[in-house]
Write a protein that binds this ligand. Structure first.
Ligand code: ZN
Length: 310
């Protein structure tokens, strides 16, 4: 199954594959929550499929092996288990890239080519990126590398310049709402709210609706409106928001401030003030793991919000 907002980029990939114009390295870039990781998997399957077309057939030996994770010509490089901690690493390290480039030197065994997905590519350490660069400079003849990134600007320019770009874009708010109402079967108003809370990402919005978070977003949003209109005191608004996960809450406060900044562009003083509140919300979210004064920071932020247009 594909998402309507990915059709254009899928058609582009299909054209390049069938026209023999597929580069050795692709950079699949776009905002988080658009389905890029799944898409990279489909591109990989398409590059390896024995039927040789796109979309991949799903039934040949190659497609089946890839699905089971046992395809000798298909590789996925992503976060692996940390050797000393009981958690995943947060970087892609040079040993992984060396292992991958070693595998890419071997002749393909089942498919016509070898295909690797690197996700998320911006998590490569500098050393890992340098090691990958060497492979990109002299790619093994039948290898395709698919780099996936939602922050391509964090990749070295030398890597970006050696990749064929495939850009995924967020659908418009209307498209996202239409998709949600037909897929998740929710009312348009509810869908609008979820898309707003998810900063435009339809997949994040769908997840929020599933987890019942859009009701929480409505509570937070209403508390902000009431606070600004003087119908609610900061302490009351603080209580309304008490049940929301702090990281999610600061993200929403940041998004809401960004929306207010856009609304107030004709009033530069106000727009600047909202932009400053957005920066504070982002900073407070980043401070969360260390902060012991969480409620104080929130209260202070809410007081500033109430005063802006009060
Ligand atoms: Zn196939």
């Amino acid at each position: 199954m594909t998402y309507p907002w990915l059709l254009a980029v899928e058609n582009e990939f299909a054209d390049r594959l069938s026209g023999g114009r597929l580069a050795h390295a692709l950079l699949l870039a776009g905002p988080a929550g658009t389905g890029k990781a799944d898409l990279a998997g489909r591109f990989q399957a398409g590059a390896l499929c024995l039927e040789g077309g796109y979309p991949p057939c799903g039934t040949c030996r190659s497609c089946k092996l890839l699905k089971s994770g046992a395809h000798p010509d298909g590789h996925l490089l992503t976060f692996e288990q940390h050797p000393k901690k009981d958690e995943l690493r947060t970087e892609l390290v040079i040993a992984q890239i060396r292992h991958l480039t070693g595998a890419l030197q071997l002749t393909s065994t089942i498919s016509r080519r070898k295909a690797a997905v690197i996700h998320p590519a911006e998590a490569m350490t500098r050393a890992a990126a340098n090691a990958l660069l060497k492979t990109l400079e002299e790619p093994p003849g039948d290898a395709v590398l698919i780099l996936v990134s939602h922050q391509p600007s964090r990749l070295p320019a030398t890597i970006r310049s050696r990749c064929q770009a495939l850009d995924v874009r967020l659908p418009s708010r209307d498209e996202a709402r239409d998709w949600l109402t037909s897929e998740a079967g929710v009312a348009p108003g509810e869908a609008d709210l979820a898309v707003e809370a998810a900063a435009g990402s339809p997949l994040t919005a769908a997840r929020m609706l599933e987890q019942g978070r859009s009701a929480a977003y409505r509570t937070v949003s209403t508390a902000l409106d009431d606070l600004r209109a003087g119908r609610r005191a900061p302490a009351g608004a603080l209580a309304d928001m008490a049940d929301t996960d702090p990281e999610v809450l600061w993200t929403w406060l940041s998004l809401r401030s960004a929306a207010e900044t856009r609304r107030c562009l004709a009033e530069p003083r106000l727009a600047r003030a909202y932009a400053r509140l957005q920066m504070e919300a982002d900073r407070n979210r980043n401070l969360l793991p260390t902060s012991v004064r969480k409620n104080l920071l929130l209260q202070d932020w809410l007081i500033q919000w109430a005063r802006l247009e009060g």
